[in-house]
Design a protein around this ligand. Structure first.
Ligand code: NOJ
Length: 544
């Protein structure tokens, strides 16, 4: 039987607010996206995933949804969305949309109704409203911290004006958590899932997929501040063993109750024609727990985020790849690979920035794209963009505000794309961009990179083309590791493909009868001898 397309798909993530602006208000929209969608198609990907574009007060980049079945006017209309779908279809691209089931916006009509209703009412039972502790309920029900910093409980005033119950929000206070023990919640989400499936989407990325079930609400966590730190990728000053211990048992993440929700959704999506799928955003430790989300009767994919923090180090890359491929094979689900997304530092910056950061990022992208399974590419990754230092008055991320500026947050990776021209907003808009772009992006616009044979954009295009055309790539065939010197990563995939990556700081010479397909930086070839510069990867093939 032919495997479904999403077993080895390449999915391009569009952050709609920052892709292309058609009405010159400085924010991206669907008409702008439709006009620029060809860029995504010519890159050679299979699908596009849209971060949320639903009705939202936009307190958390649209992940605070006030109506999940409506397009927010900043992005246009449902008709604009449908036109984009038509264009995607013409270009051979499938469309995946975001589903945000852990929380709604506090502006959603359900939450507004809950505020107006009495404690323990049907309206309140859609969320996690609890009485506070202490003599007059002045203390929150427990000591959990929000993932964005600060307490995860906010006290409301009851309709009579007196301080009353507390509600849970694992993220911003404008994002009240939904109560998944209440069947009304699932019924509403099934309605949303059907709504978008009926419009032709090929699948969903599920936000905070590990968070829906909560337990032990009236129990304090022994170390809530350390737990929040342990959940953050960028916090490194925490003992690794303690971190593992904290991540192993979290009262609000990865509780067994979530799996039954996904079994139901799987049945629902299976009633639709075509190979449609769910991918889970679930930060679950260890991997053996994470892969439970993609057991055969649950979701189809789960993001593997190991490469968001992987060092440019042959031994570490090899061990991460071996670990991930083994764990996923145990549940017969395809692995996924992610170098960049709208929540994490851009890979070029993470690997040191500048020329060297770019060199390493290109070399790492070549390793990633040669692996079996699914690949997710975040807009701008194909241009080799770096994080942008955003000035304090321009910052919008709730992480910045909830930590009093101690953590800068994610705005720097959400700056609008540079398309063409010599000055900001580089064709993103005819007027301005909601976050300022740096002048240095002049060299990195799509138009500028089109003209340069060795640009990152052209490298990505070449790699994705080869990934489709070379019989060993794509698919789920095994990786055969080749023993080599320290700092050198080398593997084969059948038939006839070989990858050599040099993570050391000196060049590496080797001989091979194979032909060079592509390399991340210029290499020297003398007969059968290849000199691979430091921080570089080469793809080789023995096929004609
Ligand atoms: C994960 C999303 O990717 C992120 O952007 C968002 O802030 C949180 N979930 C909360 O929805």
């Amino acid at each position: 039987m032919k495997s479904p397309w999403w077993h080895d798909a390449v999915v391009y993530q569009i952050y709609p607010r920052s892709f292309a602006d058609s009405n010159n208000d400085g924010e991206g929209d669907f008409v702008g996206i439709t006009a620029r969608l060809e860029h995504v198609a010519t890159l050679g990907v299979d699908a596009v995933w849209f971060s949320p574009f639903y009705k939202s007060p936009n307190r958390d980049g649209g992940y605070d949804v006030s109506n999940p079945r409506e397009v927010d006017p900043r992005f246009g209309t449902l008709d604009d969305f449908s036109q984009m779908m038509n264009r995607a279809d013409e270009l051979g691209l499938k469309v995946i949309v975001d589903l945000v089931p852990n929380h709604f916006s506090d502006q959603h009509q359900w939450f507004q109704a809950a505020l107006a209703a009495a404690p323990n009412s049907a309206e309140r039972r859609r969320f996690h409203f609890y009485d506070g502790r202490g003599e007059s309920g002045e203390l929150p029900p427990n000591n959990w911290e929000s993932v964005f910093g600060g307490p995860s409980w906010t006290r409301i005033n009851e309709p009579d004006g007196r301080p009353g119950q507390w509600y849970l929000h694992l993220f911003d206070s404008s994002q009240p958590d939904l109560n998944w023990d209440n069947p009304e919640v699932n019924a509403d989400f099934e309605k949303t899932i059907k709504f978008w499936l009926d419009l032709g989407v090929a699948g969903f990325r599920i936000d905070v997929a590990h968070g829906l079930a909560k337990e032990q609400i009236y129990q304090d966590h022994p170390d809530p501040v350390a737990l929040t730190a342990a959940l953050r990728l960028d916090v490194t000053d925490i003992d690794p063993e303690y971190r593992k211990q904290l991540l192993t048992d979290i009262p609000f993440f990865d509780r067994d109750g979530v799996h039954q929700i996904y079994r139901g959704w799987r049945k629902l999506i299976d009633t639709y024609p075509g190979d449609r799928f769910f991918v889970a955003e679930a930060w679950v430790y260890p991997t053996s727990r994470a892969v439970r989300y993609v057991r055969p009767d649950e979701l189809h994919q789960i993001f593997n985020f190991d490469f968001l923090t992987i060092e440019w180090d042959a031994a570490k890359i090899k061990s991460a790849v071996e670990h991930v491929t083994t764990e996923f094979a145990n549940v017969t689900a395809p692995p996924t690979w992610v170098l960049d997304n709208h929540d994490s530092p851009r890979v070029v910056s993470r690997l040191g920035g500048g020329e060297v950061g770019l060199q390493k990022a290109r070399a790492l992208a070549m390793v990633t794209q040669a692996l079996p399974g699914n690949l997710y590419i975040y807009q701008g990754e194909e241009l080799g963009l770096e994080d942008v230092p955003v000035a304090a008055p321009d910052r919008q991320d709730p992480i910045f505000f909830r930590t009093n500026g101690q953590q800068l947050g994610r705005d720097g990776v959400r700056v609008p794309l540079p398309w063409q021209g010599d000055a900001p907003p580089f064709g993103f808009s005819a007027s301005k961009s909601w976050l300022p772009q740096p002048a240095s992006w002049r060299e990195l616009t799509v138009a500028a990179q089109n003209e340069k044979a060795d640009s990152t954009l052209n490298l990505y295009r070449k790699l994705l083309r080869l990934r489709r055309s070379h019989p060993a790539l794509g698919g789920l065939t095994e990786i055969n590791w080749i023993e080599s010197e320290p700092g050198i990563l080398r593997f084969e995939r059948n038939p006839g493909f070989e990858l050599v990556a040099n993570t050391t700081s000196t060049s590496y010479k080797f001989t091979t009868p194979k032909q060079v397909l592509v390399s991340s930086s210029p290499i020297e070839i003398t007969g059968e001898e290849i000199t691979l510069p430091s921080n570089s990867t080469v793809w080789l093939s023995s096929l004609d």
